[in-house]
Design a protein around this ligand. Structure first.
Ligand code: AMP
Length: 281
């Protein structure tokens, strides 16, 4: 029983009201893979990194059971995200996205990853998500995440992705934008009608909504209660990794959702992906 997760594997430069850190391990796929690897193995991570990617990040992923043999190495510079959180940690500003090695990247799943039972097309260009979907030969459950950028510049391709997946994970603002309504429950239903059996809408510190495979199937869960949030980056990706791992273990959706919530709660308690390592202790 294995999981394949493709998406960005990044260097993050993050500023919060308290501090600032550079060259953190970031990326949608890194967070999701680390979270999933707490619950299941093997987790195949597929992405691309540049010549400047610190080896200690790779060692950390590897030592936590993440298979990094599907990580392409390029002579270019790594994908880098630079962002800042404000006093209210629910608000962040993206200062720079240096696409670099992701610019001309095509997804190429190694043989073992193609046979994975669960596939996660983490946040990346919908074209890359479609390339991944086409190579998943044995997946009986496929999830995808997305963001406002793709909703705006690759809307049509994103609709193709929705037709090929079982679960869409999306945050509340983006769900409303994508579905064209300000009512979150209506947004969840409209997105489910576009293809996926399940839609999870992440609501930050307010928890999440699960829209199930039957019209009336709806579940609301609170977030993990934390009195201090350190670095919220990657919470959504960690959430997806935890949820999918639970699903693979045969958890009903409501319990899998709770695994996602615990993973997200860990992710935000330290810089970069370091918070997730606490889940291993
Ligand atoms: P989240 O906090 O769940 O939105 O995820 C944040 C992670 O997404 C960071 O570690 C970034 O490196 C990564 N990220 C930011 N922008 C993009 C993008 N356009 N494509 C893929 N990954 C991104």
């Amino acid at each position: 029983m294995s999981v394949v997760i493709a998406g960005s594997v990044a260097l993050d430069n993050v500023k919060t009201p308290q501090d600032e850190q550079k060259n953190l391990l970031g990326g949608s796929a890194s967070y999701a893979a680390l979270a999933a690897s707490v619950f299941v193995k093997p987790v195949h991570l597929v992405g691309i990194i540049g010549h400047d990617f610190p080896p200690q990040h790779l060692e950390m992923l590897n030592s936590h059971g993440v298979d990094i043999s599907g990580l392409e190495r390029s002579s270019g510079a790594s994908f880098t995200w630079t962002g800042e959180y404000h006093e209210d940690m629910n608000n962040r500003t993206t200062h720079n996205v240096a696409v670099n090695v992701l610019e001309n990247w095509s997804v190429n799943l190694p043989a073992a990853a193609r046979r994975a039972k669960i596939a996660v097309a983490a946040n990346m260009h919908p074209e890359n998500q479609m390339q991944m979907l086409d190579q998943c030969e044995a997946a009986d459950f496929i999830a995808a995440d997305t963001m406002d950028l793709w909703i705006n510049i690759a809307n049509e391709r994103l609709h193709d992705v929705l037709k090929g997946i079982d679960l869409l994970v999306i945050n509340d603002g983006e769900a409303k934008e994508f579905a064209g309504t300000t009512n979150l429950v209506e947004a969840g239903r409209r997105l489910r009608d576009k293809g996926p059996k399940f839609v999870i809408v992440k609501r930050g510190e307010h928890g999440s909504y699960l829209f199930g495979d039957k019209k009336e199937h709806f579940f609301s869960c609170s977030a993990y209660p934390l009195h201090s949030v350190f670095d919220p980056t990657g919470a959504g990706d960690a959430f997806a990794g935890g949820f999918l791992a639970g699903h693979l273990r045969g958890d009903p959706p409501e319990l899998a959702l709770e695994r996602g919530i615990v993973a997200a709660g860990h992710a935000i308690t330290a810089w970069g992906a370091a918070g997730l390592l606490e889940a291993w202790r």
